[in-house]
Design a protein. Structure first.
Lengths: 279, 337
């Protein structure tokens, strides 16, 4: 979590420095979701992620050099600089920047697992804003009908770009999935241990039954949507810094342990940046 | 054998010979066997790998994308070509992009088959030829079924490659018999097949006399190619107006070399398509051929397309609007002059 946070903070400063391309969507405040989920995945499982994919990518692959080089548009990037921030590919991992469309692709990978008799799962991260896309419901319907080993992890960070979810979402989230008969687990937390336990149950159940499952994580994005586009009430954001995942989990560690982790992460990120700058 | 059966046999053969092949689409299961009966019998023989889906074109295309990314060879059916709009995000932003945007580390060889075109009085949203909206999408090939290209060979070719493809099938082809030339002859026309490389599907070349004696090249695909074949044969026999007909299977991107070789000799080109006029297959070809063969053309490239309008359900009005045999006949005569 500390590594993802530090990586993205570094990205933002590199943006200010003018050495990055295009745009970027940071997951500051949501790192616990990525880390908690990936702990339960095997090498033959597959993750599909969205525009806010750095945390997922790093937790899945650990390839910070490949990611930074990609975002810097260098040929050493994981997609040769073609993909940029939101179109990443690595073994067992892909991301694409169009909302909703990755969900059927993840279901297709789940169907491939089913056809080949594997108990691997296909997991896809979406946000609450993606629930506006019809492709999601088309896919939930088929995933339930065909009993596909698909895990949908919905990170509800309360804001769809600049629009509060109360303006974008009618009714509630969980019953939308339950309407398709898909068991859905909700966790209102930024505590990595709590999310870890819930993710373990959800992924384990999908694997054991070979059928779809949904994990809804109520979280919060502490940074802007992409860059310099945050109009949310300052008091609301400030209140969420109190319950952010690093702070919650940090309280389980001693000061010395925290300092060690911070120092190690800082040194590692500095090394990554120095290396990638020279490419 | 009629086209629908030949295509169904091609799909059956693909399922038999390649365990990675998966066929999905709406209402394709037995006993119905698909809106145009192309898939009849397949779910009975291959219940695991042939599946009827809900009415969800976006998910059909998207699930196909995931299957392809995972190493399978999905062949999806979109029941009417008009509905391909519902899968457009998948085609443009996902299926055709994955290989290039992930720098070749994956491929996404999805084949989407879709019955297209008018002539059955199905009206504005069940009669269109929307393939022009997919021409020129980078890394996507658009292939048109015809009576001159054995669908089994076309499918085998697609399965031997890893690019995604849209396979448009004009509905009026389904009940027609495949053209199987005897000793290279179909009636009064010789039939040959040429391709500039093994990577390309062949273009069928039909003519009554040697190329040097043809005064126009006619380029057409799908059902329009069948209409053009009848016209070319009739004009040769009845009026001694000689045209060379080129029928490509791959209609985007085109095998330009084959077209240029013909037009460089005949000095005149007519393109024929059933899609609506403007920003079309023919206008792109006219731009290319006009640029490449400027000094060899006797006259501007003629583009024959249907009226840029909604396709009416009323039979006579539909026939007036869509390119038909009479319009092709007039255009060939004019372009041969």
């Amino acid at each position: 979590m500390r590594f993802i946070r530090c990586f993205e903070e570094t990205l933002l400063s590199l943006f200010d420095e003018g050495v990055l391309n295009g745009t970027t969507h940071c997951c500051i405040g949501q790192e616990a979701d990525a880390v908690a989920v990936m702990e339960h995945l095997r090498e033959d499982d597959h993750v599909f992620s969205n525009h806010r994919c750095h945390g997922h990518f790093l937790a899945r692959t650990g390839d910070a050099v490949g990611l930074l080089a990609e975002i810097m548009g260098k040929p050493e990037g994981v997609c040769f600089g073609t993909g940029g921030s939101q179109h990443l590919c690595a073994p067992g991992f892909k991301s694409n920047g169009v909302q909703g469309g990755i969900v059927p692709a993840a279901a297709g990978i789940a169907m491939a697992n089913q056809l080949s008799g594997s108990d691997a799962v296909s997991l896809v991260f979406i946000g609450e804003g993606t629930l506006g896309e019809g492709a999601v419901y088309e896919t939930l319907n088929i995933a339930a009908l065909w009993s596909l080993p698909l895990v949908v992890v919905l990170e509800d960070n309360g804001w769809s770009q600049s629009t509060p979810s109360s303006v974008n979402l009618a009714g509630d989230i969980v019953p939308r999935f339950e309407a398709f008969g898909i068991p859905t687990r909700e966790v209102v937390s930024t505590d990595v241990q709590e999310i870890h336990a819930a993710a373990g149950e959800v992924i384990g159940a999908a694997r054991a039954t070979g059928s779809p499952r949904v994990l809804v994580i109520r979280t919060y994005r502490l940074c802007h949507h992409s860059k310099n586009d945050d109009n949310r009430p300052e008091a609301e954001v400030a209140a969420r810094w109190v319950t952010e995942p690093l702070r919650i989990h940090g309280e389980r560690l001693t000061v010395a342990e925290r300092d060690d982790i911070d120092g190690d992460v800082r040194a590692a990120i500095d090394e990554v940046v120095t290396h990638v700058r020279q490419l | 054998m009629i086209y629908a059966r030949a295509l169904g046999a091609g799909l059956e053969r693909a399922l038999e010979t390649d365990e990675r092949v998966v066929v999905i689409g709406e209402d394709i299961a037995d006993p119905y066997g698909g809106a145009f009966k192309v898939t009849r019998g397949l779910t009975t023989r291959f219940p695991e790998r042939v599946r009827s889906t809900p009415i969800s074109e976006g998910a059909i295309a998207g699930i196909s994308a995931g299957l392809a990314l995972a190493g399978y060879r999905p062949i999806a059916e979109i029941m009417f070509g008009d509905f391909v709009t519902l899968a457009f995000d998948q085609i443009v932003n996902h299926i055709s992009k994955y290989e290039a945007m992930y720098d070749g580390t994956v491929s996404c060889p999805v084949v989407i088959r879709t019955p297209s075109g008018g002539g059955r009085a199905y009206g504005p949203t069940h009669s269109q030829s929307l393939e022009k909206h997919m021409f020129g999408v980078p890394h996507l090939r658009v292939v048109a079924g015809s009576l001159l290209h054995d669908p089994e060979l076309v499918l085998r070719h697609l399965l031997a490659h890893t690019y995604p493809a849209i396979h448009v099938e004009h509905k009026l082809l389904y009940p027609l018999h495949m053209i199987e030339p005897e000793r290279g002859l179909d009636g009064d026309l010789t039939v040959t097949r040429v391709a500039s490389s093994e990577d390309r599907l062949p273009t069928a070349v039909l003519r009554a006399v040697p190329r040097e004696d043809c005064s126009v090249t006619v380029l057409a695909y799908g059902y329009q190619a069948e209409l053009a074949r009848r016209v070319v044969e009739r004009l040769a026999v009845e009026e001694e107006v000689f045209a060379e007909l080129l029928v490509p299977a791959e209609i985007s991107p085109l095998d330009w070399e084959v077209i240029e070789h013909s037009v460089a000799v005949t000095g005149s080109l007519l393109t024929v398509e059933e899609g609506t006029a403007g920003w079309s297959w023919g206008t792109e070809i006219a731009a290319h051929v006009g640029r490449e063969l400027f000094g060899r053309l006797r006259r501007p490239v003629e583009v024959l397309a249907s009226a840029a309008d909604v396709i009416p359900s009323a039979r006579e009005r539909e026939a007036e609007m869509l390119v038909g045999e009479d319009a092709i006949m007039r255009a060939v005569r004019e372009c041969a002059g």
